[in-house]
Design a protein around this ligand. Structure first.
Ligand code: NDP
Length: 301
């Protein structure tokens, strides 16, 4: 293996430490405690795990965590009424509605009901527009975490060629906007892109956000390029044996085939331990930023 491993887990711990220090100063100097409200509708097991882990880390950095767990058949009107209450609550600086929502709820309507200043996921249409026009926005946590790792590794990204594979609203598109904002030359590839390997092979930076296990292999990567693997995919791992119920054990893999990409790349994020931990660290950083803005205080660097 030639690639340097970009340790997202360690970097995320550093970011959380900086957030915790800032929160402590907010409390001691101004008597303010940042608060993050997380709304979960239904009992999707993966969402429950995410919400639990967000709540735990929120408390660990000294913030207040408010968890609102609603029944799977909650009315849209009741959910919107809760969001109104959270918008009006001065103790709540950040609001996150865990996605995906059950099918009877209109995701765009619900997200756009959140006060944009409290929209720590950065999905509100106002924040999307602010980011696209280079204005001060709440930036989606996953692409923000990717950008922070790239800046940490490279310093300036100016003039680099970047290919983002995936064009979702929550990862691919905001990632491309952020790279453009840092003066990269950006291409967005997707399922209709022709000769996609040719496209990615031209890039100094490849960000894979596809949701297809190990799709990007070493022959897609220019020697020495930096690979950021956003994917989180659970696949069967028969080599690990079986569970007590006879089912095959599983393991997590990214959208990149780690071993072959690491043979060619200059640097790569692992899965797990790369982008994932940075996402939660950025959620906490966004909540801190929202709290500082709400109170007219200097924002964290
Ligand atoms: P979406 O399913 O919303 O988007 C996937 C994108 O990949 C689409 O734009 C799609 O193209 C593109 N795509 C699908 N198949 C191919 C293909 N064969 N070749 C090229 N492009 C393809 O996924 P998300 O953006 O929400 O998530 C992507 C991955 O990132 C998932 O594995 C998810 O679990 C993970 N994730 C990780 C997070 C973290 O914290 N680490 C946070 C969020 C997501 P098209 O538009 O043409 O269909």
């Amino acid at each position: 293996m030639t690639a340097q491993i970009i340790d997202g887990k360690a970097f995320a711990a550093t970011v959380r430490g900086q957030v915790a220090d800032h929160v402590a100063r907010l409390k001691s100097d101004h008597g303010i405690t940042p608060g993050l409200a997380v709304v979960l509708v239904g009992e999707d097991p993966a969402s429950q795990v995410y919400v639990r882990s967000k709540g735990k880390m929120t408390v660990e950095v000294g913030m207040t965590s408010y968890e609102h767990k609603l029944d799977v058949d909650t009315d849209e009107a009741d959910l919107l009424a809760l969001i109104d209450r959270l918008n009006a609550d001065p103790a709540v600086h950040g609001i996150l509605v865990q996605l995906p929502l059950p099918g009877h709820l209109d995701e765009a309507l619900v997200i756009n009901a959140i006060d944009p200043a409290k929209d720590v996921d950065g999905f509100h249409i106002s924040n999307v527009g602010l980011l696209a026009t280079g204005q001060k926005a709440m930036v989606p946590c996953t692409p923000l975490g990717c950008l922070m790792m790239l800046r940490e590794h490279h310093g300036s990204l100016s003039g680099m060629t970047a290919v983002v594979v995936g064009r979702s609203n929550i990862v691919g598109k905001p990632m491309a906007q952020l790279l453009l904002g840092d003066s990269c030359t950006v291409t967005i590839a997707h399922s209709r892109t022709k000769d996609i390997q040719e496209v990615t092979r031209r890039a100094d930076i490849v960000v894979a956000a596809v949701g297809r296990p190990e799709m990007v292999t070493g022959d897609w990567i220019k020697p020495g390029a930096t690979v950021i693997d956003v994917g989180i995919n659970r696949i069967d791992a028969p080599e690990k044996g079986t569970n007590a119920d006879g089912s095959v054990k599983t393991r997590l893999v990214g959208d990149c085939h780690f071993d072959s990409c690491a043979e060619v790349a200059g640097a790569i994020t692992p899965v797990p331990g790369g982008v994932g931990p940075m996402t939660i660290a950025c959620l906490l950083a966004n909540t801190l930023t929202a709290c500082c803005r709400a109170n007219g205080l200097a924002e964290p660097e």
